[in-house]
Design a protein around this ligand. Structure first.
Ligand SMILES: Cc1cc2nc3c(=O)[nH]c(=O)nc-3n(C[C@H](O)[C@H](O)[C@H](O)COP(=O)(O)OP(=O)(O)OC[C@H]3O[C@@H](n4cnc5c(N)ncnc54)[C@H](O)[C@@H]3O)c2cc1C
Length: 426
């Protein structure tokens, strides 16, 4: 799937939505009407999550047909944006107005509200997740009342990455930075143990750096470097960029997967706008392999090298199901259910074959290997760890989130089976 939700299943096809009713409101009035008759309600964004997070047996609301707004506050360096925009729709408009966001995910196809809800992230040793760019969240509660939570409000750390549990996110205010230019290039097949020994220097080498590995024996990684460049800089000076562990950047275009088509990827080895270099994939193409399941775990930065070694030791056990792993860095934030709450993190992502029984069998092994480092899973990607485990690795912030959600949604109308099990289960 390239664009917004097609109506029945998620991007991967592993979640079939089963709502009692589907609503596509075209105005705030219609949105209030959709909420009025519902006992249980959820909002779906671009349906790119792999878990049943957006699903409901009650009413499902799709904001695709709602009017879209973008108001840039130049003096305040902020933009108020509708929750239903995808980043692919929003970013060219921001860029045209001379502005940029701090970071983006690997793909621009996801909605702003949906991506922030799950603390979706890109990479960068000093770059937070996308929800960390939020300054204010505007919600409609189950009773149709508008509520705005800003940085100054007690409940804000629940609202910016809300898992959809607080209400319908109608708009967000995002912090901006002046538009900038970037170049991206790839150093191929560097031994992963060499990188792990100098992880800080490698991941802090540029604005955004990520590693792709298939955990072969011994594991190698392709290092994707996304570097900010001065206005007017030309590409050739970057094709001669410094070698990394003695390896110069490759002179060919790459897809993260060896057999993937580079046509799906954003331009490499040429200077271009931030929003056409930070994501790996183009908005008008199918991202990733096009047919896969995903999981991802986040460990505190101080355990990064140990966590890489722990997964590396699983090698042969996970390779038959694995397509590719991506390793990224994400800076700490203060959002209660963000996996990056209070900790700079290493993100270890797995793209798996689209075969849930096989993936279901290997996930406990990965989770067991990463549990000593208090790994937190991505809310939008598949995991098997227990609610008790999540309670432990989130600590007091899980209860703070529940309290904030109950204050805004006392009857739990925005809850679903997923939230009951993993967040409210105790
Ligand atoms: C190919 C692929 C690549 C990916 N790459 C990355 C990556 O680089 N980094 C990363 O972190 N993740 C990545 N993901 C995961 C994805 O970014 C997250 O699952 C994200 O939440 C999906 O956004 P969405 O708009 O599809 O939201 P959905 O999956 O539709 O919904 C996610 C959550 O947001 C809630 N929600 C959505 N809109 C609203 C609203 N308006 N109001 C209230 N709640 C709302 C839903 O109820 C649900 O709880 C990838 C997924 C795919 C398929």
């Amino acid at each position: 799937m390239i664009g917004n939700w097609a109506g029945t299943a998620n991007w991967a096809g592993n979640v079939r939505f089963r709502p009692r009713r589907l609503h596509r409101p075209r105005s705030m009035e219609e949105l209030r009407g959709s909420l009025a008759g519902s006992q249980r309600v959820r909002v779906v964004g671009a349906a790119h999550s792999f878990t049943r997070l957006a699903d409901t047996s009650g009413d499902l609301i799709d904001l695709t047909d709602m009017p879209r707004g973008l108001d840039v506050d130049t003096a305040g360096r902020r933009a108020r944006v509708s929750g239903g925009w995808t980043y692919g729709e929003l970013c060219p408009r921001l860029h045209a107005a001379g502005w940029a966001l701090d970071n983006l995910a690997s793909l621009p196809h996801v909605s702003v509200a949906g991506a922030c809800a799950t603390a979706t992230h890109g990479s960068g040793r000093r770059r937070g997740c996308l929800a960390a760019q939020v300054d204010a969240t505007e919600l409609l509660t189950a009773d149709g009342d508008p509520v705005t939570l800003t940085q100054r409000d007690d409940g804000f750390p629940a609202a910016a990455a809300s898992l959809g549990a607080l209400g319908v996110v109608t708009a967000l205010t995002l912090r901006l930075r002046p538009a900038f230019a970037m170049v991206q290039y790839v150093h191929e097949r560097i031994p992963l143990d060499a990188i792990a020994a100098e992880l800080e220097a490698t991941m802090a080498r540029a604005y955004s750096v990520c590693l792709f590995t298939a955990w072969e024996d011994p594991p190698c990684a392709d290092v994707w470097v996304k570097r900010v460049v001065a206005d007017g800089a030309q590409a050739p000076e970057f094709t001669g960029a410094e070698p990394l562990f003695g390896v110069p950047p490759t002179g060919r275009d790459r897809h993260p997967l060896p057999a993937g088509s580079v046509d799906a990827c954003t331009e490499q080895r040429s200077v271009g706008p931030w929003h056409l270099r930070l994501p790996h994939f183009r908005a008008d193409r199918v991202p990733a392999s096009g047919n896969e399941l995903q999981t991802e775990y986040f460990v505190p930065w101080e355990h990064a090298a140990a966590a890489i070694a722990a997964v590396s030791a699983l090698g042969a056990g996970i390779r038959p199901v694995l397509l590719l792993t991506e390793i990224r860095a994400v800076a700490a934030d203060r959002l209660w259910l963000s996996p990056f709450h209070d900790r700079d993190s290493l993100a270890i992502h797995f793209s798996w074959r689209n075969d849930w029984p096989a993936v279901r069998a290997v996930l406990p092994r990965v989770e067991e290997a990463l549990a000593p480092y208090d790994a937190r899973p991505h809310w939008g990607k598949l995991f098997t760890c227990s609610g008790d485990y999540l309670e432990r690795v989130y600590g007091a912030s899980m209860q703070r989130f529940r309290d904030a959600a109950r204050a805004l949604d006392p009857r739990g109308r925005f809850r679903n089976d997923f939230l009951d099990r993993w967040v409210f289960g105790r």
